[in-house]
Write a protein that binds this ligand. Structure first.
Ligand code: PLP
Length: 386
């Protein structure tokens, strides 16, 4: 068998006809930026996430960067302010902080839950701390009521990085100890990630659960002033045409991508359910003492953008799987604080994050996978003595 980590051609083929039709409509309309397709997608996505506003942007990094910038324009953040951020994240989360001359304060994640530990947050917060970036990494909701209480008590902005968790639910009481309930992401009366903080940043990079056919991003929020400033920042800083209130940039979601996303949004819940079913099978049948699986969450709390496993023999296992036709990825081999662009943070010791970077391996998991492919991955993993 040959199971690539992700075959985007297959992903697109799931809805090819509708996508092509939607693209053709935009082509024929003559409106390629800030047109009706964008407006419609923004409306639908805000509704889906459960916020009043959605601002389409060029990509997820810009969504994060411009969110912080908008709060600076509003006087909610100032140069040098500290922003708490999980150390175990994709580098874009951190780039958005340093680009704005804010100071990232890396928080190591809890070994068992992979979440931020409230006790550590409380020990780290200072008078200079003004925001917390919450990253729903791997597609897992990492929000809980005590995070909200902590932000309120310390007057912090709560910003979600929802790049990996489109459609994920927040279940206030989840079952972390090996129990799978029947709650699925279709039960949309429950709040979704992306609606839980002051603002949430989304990436529509092609490989994401909701992926464009190119770059794309968005911010969701209930704050009208913030949404307006953000929209203006992404459009040269214009408050009206040719009138610049801010030193902005050009970071818009184009109408062709918006039309594609609008088609795919209708299928997101069903595709997330397929991801959840595959994950359930992985949890049930992967049995190899050398491999650790992440703590099991209630299934609706996770849309499995990434299915990470952990082993001290990561590189050997990756090679073994490759030789048997199974593609894997590593998310991520170098944590942000150890990247060569951040020598000022190399002295930090964040042992859990550093270990995850050495031991993480992502198994293929996407809605195009067949049951046979899933079982082949499991059988291959279980028969490996490492
Ligand atoms: C957690 C996280 N944050 C931010 C981003 C940045 O998004 P983009 O690639 O659209 O710039 C990504 C994905 O690429 C991500 O996974």
């Amino acid at each position: 068998m040959n199971i690539p980590y992700l075959d985007l051609k297959k992903v697109t083929a799931l809805h090819a006809e509708k996508i092509q039709q939607a693209m053709a409509e935009v082509v024929g309309s003559g409106w390629y930026l800030q047109g009706q397709a964008l407006q419609q997608f923004e409306q639908h996505y805000a509704q889906y996430i459960g916020t009043k506003y959605c601002v389409g942007l060029a990509n997820g990094l810009d969504a994060l960067t411009l969110t912080l910038r908008a709060y600076m324009e509003m006087g909610r953040l100032n140069e040098g302010d500290e922003v708490l951020v999980p150390a175990n994240t994709f580098i874009a989360t951190v780039l958005s902080i340093t680009e704005n001359r804010l100071t990232p304060v890396f928080i190591d994640v809890d070994e068992e839950t992979l979440d931020l530990n409230l006790h550590v947050l409380e020990q780290t917060v200072t008078a200079k701390t003004k925001a917390l970036m919450l990253v729903h990494l791997y597609g897992r909701c990492t929000y809980n009521g005590s995070i909200q209480d902590f932000c309120k008590a310390n007057d912090l902005l709560l910003i979600e990085d929802n790049a990996q968790a489109h459609g994920c639910l927040y279940l206030s009481s989840y079952a972390p100890h090996g129990h799978l309930s029947t709650v699925t992401c279709q039960q949309s009366t429950l709040p979704r990630t992306g609606s839980l903080g002051d603002a949430a940043c989304h990436s529509f990079y092609p490989g994401k659960n909701l992926g464009a056919l190119g770059d794309g991003g968005a911010v969701t929020t209930n704050d009208e002033d913030f949404a307006q400033i953000l929209r203006s920042l992404a459009n040269y800083g214009f408050s009206e045409k040719y009138v610049a209130s801010y030193k902005g940039r050009n970071s818009r979601l184009d109408d062709i991508q918006a039309a594609v996303l609008d088609v795919k949004l209708k299928h997101l819940d069903a595709e997330n359910q397929r991801r959840q079913a595959i994950a359930r099978t992985y949890y049930k049948y992967i049995k190899n003492n050398a491999i650790r699986l992440p703590q099991l969450m209630d299934n609706g709390n996770n849309v499995y953008h990434i299915f990470p496993i952990f082993t001290s023999q990561r590189d050997r296992l990756k090679q073994y799987l490759l030789e048997r036709g199974i593609g894997t990825l590593i998310h991520y081999p170098i944590p942000p604080h150890l990247q060569s662009c951040y020598p000022e943070y190399h002295h930090l010791s964040l042992p859990v994050t550093e270990r995850l970077a050495r031991e993480e391996l992502s198994l293929p998991l996407n809605p195009t996978m067949t049951d046979e492919e899933v079982m082949y991955v499991i059988k291959t993993l279980n028969s490996q003595q490492i």
